[in-house]
Design a protein around this ligand. Structure first.
Ligand code: ADP
Length: 396
C-alpha cells in the first residue's frame, strides 16, 4: 500500500493530512493534524481518520524551532505512522500561481524559481508555502512534490472580472484580480456536483467564511467572480484582515498620519477585521459569547459585508439559485448564517431554523426560492486529489 501527504504551510501554523491509497487509488484519510504557534511555543495535535487523538506534542521552549526543524520531526512521525506504506508524493498548497500556473504541477528547480518570483504578489503567504517545499526537498530529495494553487480555480474568471481600472501597463505587469481560496472552492464544486447536480449546474455563491473569508460566484461549477482580488486582503471583513477599503484610506494613513508601509500592512492583515472592530477577539466563537456591544457591532458588520458582497455577485451571475456556506464560521455558526440569510429575503431566501441550528446539509425552508446548503470544506483532501492526478500523469 502507498500513501500521499498534503501540506498547508502558513506563517505560524502548518496543517497536514496523510492519506493511504486503496487499490482503486482512492485517498483514505489516515491522519490529520495541525502544528500551531510556530515561532512561540509550537504545539502539534494529530487525529486519525475518525477524529480520535493519535498524538500530541508541545515544545514550550521551542521559539527557536524553524518550520524546517518542525517539518523534519513531523516527517519522521509520518514515516513511522505509515509503517510499511510508502509515501509516494507530497502536495502543497501554494497560494499564488500568478498568470502562469493554473493546473497543479510537479515541482522541480525551474518551477520553484518561477514560484519564488511570485512572492511579491503574496509576501505573507507564498514564502512559507515555498519554504515547506524546500524543507521537504532537503529531508527527502527524491520524493515527488506537487504544487496546488489557490488561484487556479479562478482561471475561468471572465477578463472583465480580472481587471482593475488602473493604467493598462500595470495590468500587464500582473496587477490584476486573481482570487483565492481556490482549493476550497474546487472541493465544494466537486461535492456539490455529487450531492446536488442540478444546483451545481446553476448559479451558486459559495461563502468560505473562516479566519480568512471570501465568496465565489460559480456558474456551472466554474468561478465567474470572487470577492478576493490581487491579495488575500480584498473583499470581506475577516478575523484580523480589513477586506476592501477605499484606497484613499491607505494614502491618508501614510501621507497624513505618517504610518510606514510596514505599519499599514500590519494593521490591515493583523489588527483589523473582527479583532479590530470588536477590540476583543478575532474568533467568532468568542464574539458570539460576549455581551459587549463592540462584539455585536463587529458581528453585524461582518454579516452586512457578506450580504453586500453577495448582492454584487448576484449581479455578476445575473441571478442566483443557491448559496453554500463553508469553513469554520460558515459550517458552525448557525447565528451568522441566520443573520446573513435574514437580509436576503429580497432574493427569496428562507431559512429552515431547526435545520440551520443542527447544521444540516440543507438549511433552506421548502418554500425558499434559493437553495441554502452547508458543505464542510476540505482543502487537504483537494490537495491530495490534485497531487494524485499529477502523479498519475493526468496533469501535464
Ligand atoms: P482557518 O482554517 O483559516 O484557520 P477556519 O475555517 O477554521 O479558519 O475558521 C475559523 C473561524 O471559525 C473562527 O472565527 C472560529 O471562531 C469560527 N468557528 C469555528 N467553530 C465555530 C462555532 N462553533 N461557532 C462559531 N464560529 C466558529
Amino acid at each position: 500500500m502507498t500513501a500521499i501527504a498534503a501540506l498547508n504551510s502558513g506563517s505560524s501554523s502548518i496543517k497536514f493530512a496523510l492519506y493511504t491509497l486503496d487499490e482503486a487509488q482512492e485517498p483514505q484519510l489516515s491522519a490529520r493534524g495541525k502544528l500551531e504557534r510556530i515561532g512561540e511555543a509550537p504545539a502539534l495535535r494529530v487525529v486519525d481518520g475518525q477524529g480520535a487523538p493519535l498524538m500530541a506534542q508541545e515544545w514550550p521552549d521551542g521559539a527557536g524551532l524553524t518550520h524546517a526543524d518542525l517539518l523534519s520531526q513531523l516527517f519522521e512521525w509520518a514515516q513511522s505512522h505509515l509503517d510499511q506504506r510508502q509515501l509516494i508524493g507530497i502536495g502543497h498548497r501554494v497560494v499564488h500561481g500568478g498568470g502562469r500556473f493554473i493546473e497543479p504541477c510537479l515541482v522541480d528547480a525551474p518551477v520553484l524559481a518561477a514560484l519564488d518570483e511570485l512572492c511579491p504578489l503574496a509576501p505573507l503567504h507564498q514564502p512559507h508555502n515555498l519554504a515547506a517545499i524546500h524543507a521537504i526537498a532537503d529531508i527527502a530529495p527524491h520524493l515527488p512534490q506537487v504544487a496546488c494553487f489557490d488561484t487556479g480555480f479562478h482561471h475561468t474568471l471572465p477578463a472583465v472580472a480580472t481587471r482593475f481600472a488602473l493604467p493598462r501597463a500595470w495590468h500587464d505587469k500582473g496587477l490584476r484580480r486573481y482570487g483565492f481560496h481556490g482549493l476550497s472552492y474546487a472541493y465544494i464544486a466537486r461535492q456539490l456536483a455529487m450531492v446536488d447536480p442540478a444546483l451545481a449546474q446553476g448559479r451558486v455563491i459559495v461563502a468560505h467564511l473562516g479566519s480568512g473569508a471570501s465568496l465565489c460566484a460559480m456558474q456551472g461549477g466554474q468561478s465567474v467572480d470572487t470577492s478576493m482580488g490581487f491579495t488575500a486582503l480584498d473583499g470581506l471583513m475577516m478575523g484580523t484582515r480589513c477586506g476592501s477599503l477605499d484606497p484613499g484610506v491607505v494614502l491618508h494613513l501614510q501621507q497624513q498620519e505618517g504610518l510606514s508601509a510596514a505599519a499599514v500592512e500590519h494593521m490591515f492583515y493583523h489588527d483589523s477585521g473582527l479583532l479590530g472592530v470588536s477590540g476583543i477577539a478575532s474568533d467568532m466563537r468568542t464574539l458570539e459569547a460576549s455581551a459587549a456591544p463592540e462584539a455585536a457591532e463587529a458581528i453585524d458588520l461582518f454579516c452586512w459585508r457578506v450580504v453586500r458582497e453577495i448582492g454584487a455577485l448576484v449581479a455578476s451571475l445575473g441571478g442566483l439559485d443557491g448559496i453554500v456556506f463553508t469553513a469554520g464560521i460558515g459550517e458552525n455558526s448557525a447565528a451568522t448564517r441566520a443573520r446573513i440569510t435574514a437580509r436576503l429575503g429580497w432574493l427569496g431566501a428562507k431559512l429552515n431554523d431547526s435545520a440551520n441550528q443542527t447544521h444540516a446539509p440543507i438549511i433552506s425552508a421548502p418554500d425558499s426560492a434559493l437553495s441554502l446548503r452547508v458543505i464542510p470544506t476540505d482543502e487537504e483532501k483537494m490537495i491530495a486529489l490534485e497531487t494524485l492526478s499529477v502523479l498519475k500523469g493526468q496533469h501535464p
